[in-house]
Write a protein that binds this ligand. Sequence first.
Ligand SMILES: *[C@@H]1O[C@H](CO)[C@@H](O)[C@H](O)[C@H]1NC(C)=O
Ligand SMILES: *[C@@H]1O[C@H](CO)[C@@H](O)[C@H](O)[C@H]1NC(C)=O
Length: 381
Amino acid sequence: MMINSYLCVISILLAIAKSASACYTSIFSFGDSLSDNGNLLGFSSPKVIHQGRLPNGETYFGRPTGRCCDGRLIVDLIAQNFGLPIPPPFVGIEKGNRRDILAGVNFAVAGAKALDSSFYEEKRISEAVTNATLRVQLRWFKEVLPFLCGPKANCKEFLQSSLTVMGEIGGNDYNHALLQGISKEEVKTFVPSVVGAISSAITDIIQLGALNLIVPGNLPFGCSAAYLTYYYKTSRPDDYDEDTGCINWLNDLSKHHNEVLQIELNGIRELYPHATIIYADYYNSAMRLYRSPKEFGFARALSACCGAGGPYNYNASVGCGDSLSTGCDDPSLYICWDGLHLTEAANKWIVQSLFEGSYSTPPINMICNFVSTGIGHSYQD
Ligand SMILES: *[C@@H]1O[C@H](CO)[C@@H](O)[C@H](O)[C@H]1NC(C)=O
Ligand SMILES: *[C@@H]1O[C@H](CO)[C@@H](O)[C@H](O)[C@H]1NC(C)=O
């Protein structure tokens, strides 16, 4: 009896593992520095940006890769969990060489915004570090698509078995404005436009043939060492959450963006019922870590591992990798890598929670939407 039930559990686990790895044949990623695994570095000439230097990359890759992280990003881990290779950055691919990109491409660029620069020019908010906005990333996607879909250019069929990770994107639309002194009230008015840009990118991709999308919300801005430092002098004690030490009104901005985004996703789901649009709740998954850091093995919740001093080990004029910065001894004890980005250890907890289903709607692990081949839902076997 015991043995039988063990065997049963094992065969269910094997079935889940099998369906997960057979789920998608490729992965495409759009976004900003939370997902950029080499694009900004590749575009930068001369290669002087700080994420192009150690200790960035030290934990997993043993060398800097352009990621703002000691190791893998959430999108890297999602790809690996589905049995796919980490999608190569767009900047490095040779378009003629299909084999390199058949399993996916990462178009995310550090500093990218959801909205085009014209939106910010009107508001006299100065230019971002990159002009590779979401619209530009989509144009790149359309450029490589004919190379992916082969001589018959049956892109719809190709995209049906692909997974798109749309974001996180939008964080910089708020970041750059707030850090240039724009009031929180004005920044909040950007939310519908930012979500609108994300929505139109999703719609575009679905119309090209994609059926499976993961759309992450924003992380809790008020828990990032960069913001905690920027508002250090002007914050009052009651601006902070007692439990976590995060800044409440900034977290409210993240939550507001996420709510508007989820309402928008519901609308898209109604318009395109054949598509599966998974909301990935980065916010609440990350808040578990800030609320109970020790439970997840973290010794430090809010301070950055890699920085140049200050109350949260963050100095806006010294990036992680700059000569005046230093990394901590053990990044796995930190949630925060460099002030704005998470460590691989934190990314792993978030990805694990998405795959366990509690922070993804509908649950990531239950979805395999293969309409064309009819091999979907193999988890029921
Ligand atoms: C972005 O900026 C670069 C450098 O200034 C320029 O060469 C490029 O054409 C711009 N791209 C877009 C899409 O505006
Ligand atoms: C940040 O770093 C710069 C450059 O080293 C330094 O001049 C400045 O005092 C630092 N700021 C803080 C708040 O430590």
